[in-house]
Write a protein that binds this ligand. Structure first.
Ligand code: ZN
Ligand code: ZN
Ligand code: ZN
Length: 244
């Protein structure tokens, strides 16, 4: 956090150095699927050597998940075209408003706008044959999306699952779930709330994400049950996805 001298912000543990939440699902020979375009996308791509993005999925339209969309210009250039981007109708409204210059159709001298192939999510879909199941979640009063790929589910920014969502995450083996902090919050799971979800889903391994600086890596990990860890920037997991 800017201007914070707390123990976590001052920690020398690399796993306490957190950029905004995002994951890449890299299916060899099929697709590299990026979930969300954070304000830190450029730094994340440089740090982790992300040289290609075949599709982008958006969970919701909050600033920490969309503001890096302009950075995809580099991938437009490298790949020679627009990038297929998937979002629900409400998130598209936000994206078209926030990035109006990319959607207004006005030709600009010098070019330089992100080229987006906009696709609206209306149910399960496939990206280059990789099956994606959107999981409707509640983020306070805002309906948002998690995504399931085979036995892996990424459920960021949420504090409630309804019956439909519970059904869609059945059998997940690797779970990433929002856990902001211990103190209650109106739109994010607490650690205890996330652990209740973890227990009900019963994944083989679960990772907490979207933490604030209340939660240091080492101290928090030490009190989590077996099979649950804090996620950290650069974490790589092998998962099984469904391909068509
Ligand atoms: Zn701090
Ligand atoms: Zn959010
Ligand atoms: Zn967020």
């Amino acid at each position: 956090m800017i201007g914070c001298d707390c123990a976590v912000c001052q920690s020398t543990d690399a796993r306490d150095k957190r950029l905004r939440p995002s994951v890449m699902v890299d299916v060899a020979g099929r697709a590299r699927i990026l979930v969300d375009t954070t304000p830190d996308l450029r730094q994340q791509a440089l740090t982790h050597g992300i040289s290609r993005v075949d599709a982008i999925l958006f969970t919701h339209g909050h600033a920490d998940h969309i503001l890096g969309l302009d950075e995809i210009r580099r991938y437009n250039h490298l790949q020679g075209g627009a990038i297929p981007c998937y979002a629900d109708a409400m998130t598209w409204d936000t994206l078209r408003h926030v990035f109006s210059y990319a959607f207004d159709g006005v030709a600009r001298l010098g070019g330089g706008v992100p080229r987006v192939d906009a696709r609206e999510i209306g149910g399960p879909f496939a990206v280059n044959g990789v099956r994606v199941v959107p999981v409707p979640l509640w983020h306070g009063r805002l309906p948002v999306l998690g995504f399931r790929f085979g036995d892996f589910a990424y459920l960021t920014d949420c504090n409630r699952l309804d019956d439909e969502a519970w059904g869609l995450v059945e059998g997940v083996e690797t779970l990433v779930i929002d856990a902001l902090r211990d103190k209650p919050h109106t739109t994010h799971f607490t650690v205890a709330g996330a652990l209740a979800v973890v227990a009900r889903i019963g994944a083989r391994r679960s990772y907490l994400t979207h933490m604030t600086h209340d939660l240091g890596y080492a101290a928090t990990n030490a009190r989590l049950p077996a099979g649950v860890e804090l996620a950290y920037d650069g974490l790589v997991l092998d998962v099984r996805v469904d391909v068509e």
